[in-house]
Design a protein around this ligand. Structure first.
Ligand code: PEP
Length: 249
């Protein structure tokens, strides 16, 4: 039984007031079934969020990390710092980081290792761009991104990841993969994981991301291989995010 995970990626949005509002709303939260929930604000809000979320079910995530332990990396944040600020999850290889900030498969692997070494849960983001989908290359691209990390990890490490399948053409566009489209690719990811280790296929959580919102979450989450969501835009309004969490819990 995989406990669903809903993770809200605020990207470069948010404010101290939004942190406070989420803390207040989720302090009263009740869910019908078990659900893990994470909020992933920009770095400067981590400390305020740790305090505001202390009496809520909200765990804290970060949007990326630098794989080096310390040193001359101006503007960067390492895994130990995230741990010190109460972070549990960290996004790795989000498509915006891959496209605009040079996160390659090799860099993604290094970040996953740094996160695991520090005891963080890496949320490995994978997904195809529109041209790749149109060229019929979705499976190859997505499984390639998964394999670039999974093949190099030890068995004891692999089981500590979460994988987020985010078709890039659906991120922030209002376009959502249909539940059937998402299920097809996520079923392929799970089948690939099972070739590495049968129990990995059964236990690893796979999240869907790409314009998930309150109105489509339940249908997506009902798919057998979708264990939760990585939510961008709809995670910024507390009521919308709360409704998505309720669809999962
Ligand atoms: C994301 O940023 O990971 C994401 C899925 O964004 P959105 O929900 O806005 O498409």
């Amino acid at each position: 039984m995989r406990t669903p995970l809903i993770a809200g990626n605020w990207k470069m949005n948010g404010s101290a007031e939004r942190v406070r509002a989420f803390g207040e709303a989720f302090a009263r939260a009740e869910f019908a079934a078990a659900v893990d929930i994470a909020v992933i604000p920009p770095f400067p809000y981590l400390e305020a969020a740790r305090s505001a979320f202390s009496a809520t079910p909200l765990a804290l995530g970060a949007q990326t990390l630098n794989p080096h332990p310390a040193g001359a990396h101006t503007g960067e944040v390492n895994a130990a710092m995230l741990v010190e600020f109460g972070v549990s999850y960290v996004l790795v290889g989000h498509s915006e980081r891959r496209q605009h900030y040079g996160e390659t498969d090799e860099g993604v692997y290094q970040r996953v290792c740094a996160a695991l070494d520090a005891g963080l849960v890496p949320v490995l983001c994978v997904g195809e761009v529109l041209e790749e989908r149109q060229a019929g290359a979705t499976r190859e691209v997505v499984l390639g991104q998964v394999a670039a990390v999974m093949q190099r990890l030890e068995p004891g490490q692999r089981e500590r990841l979460v994988i987020a399948y985010e078709p890039v053409w659906a991120i922030g566009t209002g376009l959502t993969a249909t539940p059937a489209e998402a299920q097809t690719t996520m079923g392929e990811i799970r089948a690939y994981l099972a070739t590495l280790d049968r129990s990995l296929g059964d236990t690893l959580r796979l999240l869907y991301g790409g314009s998930m919102k309150a109105s489509n979450a339940a249908e997506l989450l009902a798919q057998p291989d979708i264990d939760g969501g990585l939510v961008g835009g709809a995670s910024l309004q507390v009521d919308d995010f709360f409704a998505i969490c309720q669809s999962a819990g």
